[in-house]
Design a binder for this molecule. Structure first.
Ligand SMILES: NC(=O)c1ccc[n+]([C@@H]2O[C@H](COP(=O)([O-])OP(=O)(O)OC[C@H]3O[C@@H](n4cnc5c(N)ncnc54)[C@H](OP(=O)(O)O)[C@@H]3O)[C@@H](O)[C@H]2O)c1
Length: 389
């Protein structure tokens, strides 16, 4: 499944029903709820890539304001950077000259076109193949990243799929229901493996970020639109999310009926629980910052590609003019970039949101999305499913 040419520096890569509309529109309402050593190899690789971007070279560059210390260019991996929020954040970060972006994408050529189309400068990014629907591909990505010799200073688990009208499940290469397989399990394995790389980084602030969503939080209006997120006792996940053909369930809560919209929301609870469990287990010992966020309702992204055409037509103006919760891709990219690099957003264990004035604040998660016992259980089951236990 993985491409042969999984790594290519950018310098070389020029290469439903009516009810659903109402429900899903409401479900996406943006309610203001309210120490590493650099190996010689790594330096040469990254330096070569930034040869055309003289602003900041890893290993030697920006003088910080409050000290005379120099900070090298950071390296951030962003999954799903070929469109929407991931692409906008990749662009925002690369434009600062302070970050080299590794775009971890399943469609190499699409990512290359997207980066060019967004005007990202050659040398400011590297594209590497990653298909989160295959645990082999995740492992292969990590191997390839390490072979490239770059440090890892920030990891953004951003990619996701949303199948709002699906009434039958599809499955990953490893046989897990696709939404949870890609959005949660693929990222769970990636995050666990790459903790090692983050731990080796000498960058002043190392961060691991997992995208959350308002739709997984039942303490919000949007989170209360059916079908509501809910993991139950995780019996479906513990059974392997394999669906009826294997005498199991494709839903985390073990439900008999598959619901694509709920599967997405459930996967987002998993993302938010995982971030907090990472924080509890690793923050104190490693100093790594773990964070999640709701970037706002970015109604124009590819996330809604599987929705009915009428929904896709009406959703952006509905968000823009009725709820006024609309956030542009560019603005959402700046928000995610803040969580990656802004010193004022360096607190660990936080779920960030933004108010109407685009000011960030620490948001409250729902009871279920902040339940430590559920997070522990989710962690233990997920470890088994991805082959870490
Ligand atoms: N849009 C919103 O309103 C909103 C609100 C809250 C949270 N979020 C979160 O923001 C994140 C980004 O969403 P978006 O709105 O930017 O959606 P998007 O434009 O569809 O971007 C999703 C990205 O994930 C990638 N992807 C999908 N399946 C993958 C796989 N198997 N392996 C690797 N990459 C895969 C896609 O790749 P391809 O380009 O190859 O398809 C795409 O690059 C998601 O985590 C989502 O839950 C979005």
């Amino acid at each position: 499944m993985a491409l042969q040419a999984t790594l290519l520096p950018s310098t070389l890569s020029s290469v439903p029903k009516k009810g659903h509309l109402v429900k899903d529109t409401a479900a996406f309402l943006s309610v203001p709820h309210h120490k590493q050593r650099l190996h010689a190899a790594s330096l040469s690789v990254v330096r070569a890539q930034v040869a055309t971007a003289p602003v900041a070279t890893p290993g030697a560059s920006t003088a910080s304001k409050d000290s005379k210390k120099t900070v090298r260019q950071g390296v951030v991996v962003i999954t799903g950077a070929s469109s929407g929020l991931g692409l906008a954040a990749a662009k925002a970060l690369s434009e600062t000259g302070k970050w080299h972006v590794v775009m971890a994408c399943r469609d190499f050529l699409k990512a290359a076109k997207a980066a060019k189309g967004a005007g990202m400068a050659d040398g400011s990014y590297t594209i590497m193949h990653l298909d989160l629907a295959s645990l082999d591909s995740v492992r292969q990505f990590v191997d390839n990243f390490r072979r490239a010799g770059m440090p890892l200073d920030s990891l953004v688990c951003n990619a996701a799929i949303y199948r709002p009208t699906a009434r039958t499940p599809t499955f990953t290469a490893d046989g897990y229901e696709m939404s949870v397989g890609v959005n949660h399990l693929g990222h769970f394995l990636l995050a666990r493996l790459m903790l090692h790389d983050l731990g080796k980084s000498d960058y002043p602030s190392r961060r691991l970020i997992i995208l959350g969503s308002i739709t997984g939080n039942t303490n919000t209006l949007a989170g209360n639109i059916p079908p509501k997120a809910g993991l139950g006792d995780l019996r479906g996940l513990a059974g392997g999310l394999r669906g009826h053909n294997h005498n199991g369930s494709a839903m985390i809560d073990g439900s008999d009926t598959f619901d694509g919209a709920k599967a997405y929301k459930d996967s987002k609870i998993c993302n938010m629980l995982t971030m907090q469990e990472l924080h509890r287990r690793y923050h104190e010992d490693t100093g790594i910052t773990f964070a999640s966020l709701y970037p706002g309702c970015i109604a124009t992204t590819g996330l809604f590609r599987e929705h009915i055409p009428l929904f896709r037509l009406l959703f952006p103006p509905f968000q823009r003019f009725i709820t006024k919760g609309f956030v542009s891709e560019a603005e959402s990219g700046k928000r995610l970039a803040q969580v990656v690099s802004d010193p004022s957003l360096g607190k660990s264990g936080v779920y960030w949101s933004w108010n109407k004035d685009s000011a960030s604040f620490e948001n409250q998660l729902s009871q279920e999305a902040s339940d430590p016992e559920k997070a522990r259980k989710l962690w233990e089951i997920s470890e088994k499913l991805v082959g870490l236990a």
